[in-house]
Structures are given as structure tokens and as C-alpha cells.
Design a binder for this molecule. Structure first.
Ligand code: CA
Length: 221
């Protein structure tokens, strides 16, 4: 599978300078031209790495970085003309993984991308699963809707994780009963309906669909 790189940079020329060699190196590339568009792209696309400019219209790179870090551990490389020590330190304080100053060597950017991806490739546990506005991180037991954390019970979390790992697959009430084994559970199939109802109410996004007479799923689209 090709790894996907999200480039958030307002200067079209720099987006292009970065995008072309990354594509040639076999990566999927998505671009955004300001901070807000960048956050939306981050939430809509499952990027494996983000190259993030600091000086951005609408929302600066530090704030974008901070917001992404609340939802995900995806590797972030900050990109900026600010080469002062303070700017770099601030970048690391916002939990960026690396830092590149303009003007940069494209070959060096490629090497850094490669190195960061290698470091995180086998780190499945830290991966955040995403579906539209919804994100779930198994390692951190954290669920967010449009960037806001939602508190779920352990069982609701397990049910949602199962759906998110298997988008498009239908789970019967019996599948979900098996999952619930060992949890504090209101009995039987009615109990499953009850937990699904609570989960839907808390998430309030309408992604969990009822498949009449069978069970539930999150639809693939
Ligand atoms: Ca800029």
C-alpha cells in the first residue's frame, strides 16, 4: 500500500516542489493551501505523514499541529522559513516530529520522510482509525468526533472499534453479544440494541446503520 503524505502549505510553488518528487518516489500526495483546509484534509484522509508549513492563512501551523496531536500521533514535519532556535523549539513543544527550514533540499526532505515513516511503520498500536469526522485510537482508548473527545463506556468503545476496523462489514447482534462477554452487560439482543442506541446518541453522527433483520454496520463510502 502506498503511504499517503499530506502537504499543508500556502505557496503553490512549494507545494509543487514537494509533491512532484514525493509522487515520483511512490507516495500518495494530498495538498491543502491553508490551516483550516489542512485540518479538514487530515480528518478526511488517512495520511501517514504530514508536512506542515508554519506561516499559514486562517490557522497557523503551530495551532494545526496542536490540534492534530490531540487526535493522532501521525508523524509531522514542520516546514518554515523561520530558522531561529525559538521557532524550532516551539515546533517541538507542539509535538512535531521533525523540522525543515526553507530553502530546503528536496533530497533531504525525501530522506527525512522515509526515515520518519520507517520509524512509525510497525507502530500499529499508535495508529488512529478514521471515518469521516470520527477517529478512534486503540492504544490511547480515545474517540473523537470532529476533534472533540467523546467519553464512551468500555463496551461501547469495543463495539465502535470493531466497526471501525471492519468498515462495510455487518455485525449481527450475536457477534456483538460475543464481544460483550465479560463486560457488565444488559442481557440479550435487547441489550445490544440498548448499547448501540447509547453509542449513536453519544457520537451523534449517524454513521452506524441498522441492517434490518441482520445487525449493524458502518457503511463503506
Ligand atoms: Ca507559508
Amino acid at each position: 500500500m502506498n503511504e499517503k503524505i499530506l502537504i499543508i502549505e500556502d505557496e503553490a510553488a512549494i507545494r509543487q516542489i514537494l509533491a512532484e518528487p514525493l509522487k515520483s518516489a511512490g507516495y500518495g500526495v494530498v495538498c491543502a493551501a491553508d490551516g483550516v483546509e489542512g485540518l479538514n484534509a487530515f480528518r478526511a484522509q488517512a495520511a501517514d505523514l504530514i508536512i506542515l508549513d508554519i506561516m499559514l492563512p486562517k490557522l497557523d501551523g503551530y495551532r494545526v499541529c496542536e490540534t492534530i496531536r490531540r487526535e493522532s500521533r501521525v508523524p509531522i514535519i514542520l516546514l518554515t522559513a523561520l530558522d531561529s532556535e525559538d521557532a524550532q523549539i516551539k515546533g517541538f513543544d507542539k509535538l512535531a516530529d521533525d523540522y525543515i527550514t526553507k530553502p530546503f533540499s528536496v533530497r533531504l526532505v525525501l530522506k527525512r520522510v522515509e526515515a520518519l515513516l520507517r520509524r512509525t511503520a510497525h507502530d500499529d498500536e499508535t495508529k488512529t482509525l478514521r471515518y469521516k469526522d470520527l477517529s478512534i485510537c486503540e492504544a490511547e482508548r480515545r474517540v473523537c468526533v470532529a476533534g472533540k473527545e467523546v467519553a464512551l463506556t468500555r463496551l461501547e468503545f469495543e463495539i465502535l472499534l470493531l466497526f471501525m476496523k471492519n468498515v462495510g462489514r455487518v455485525f449481527t447482534r450475536n457477534d456483538l453479544l460475543n464481544l460483550a462477554w465479560g463486560y457488565d452487560f444488559v442481557g440479550g439482543e435487547k441489550g445490544v440494541n440498548f448499547h448501540i442506541m447509547n453509542l449513536r446518541r453519544k457520537l451523534n453522527v449517524g454513521y452506524i446503520e441498522t441492517v434490518r433483520g441482520v445487525g449493524y454496520k458502518i457503511a463503506k463510502d
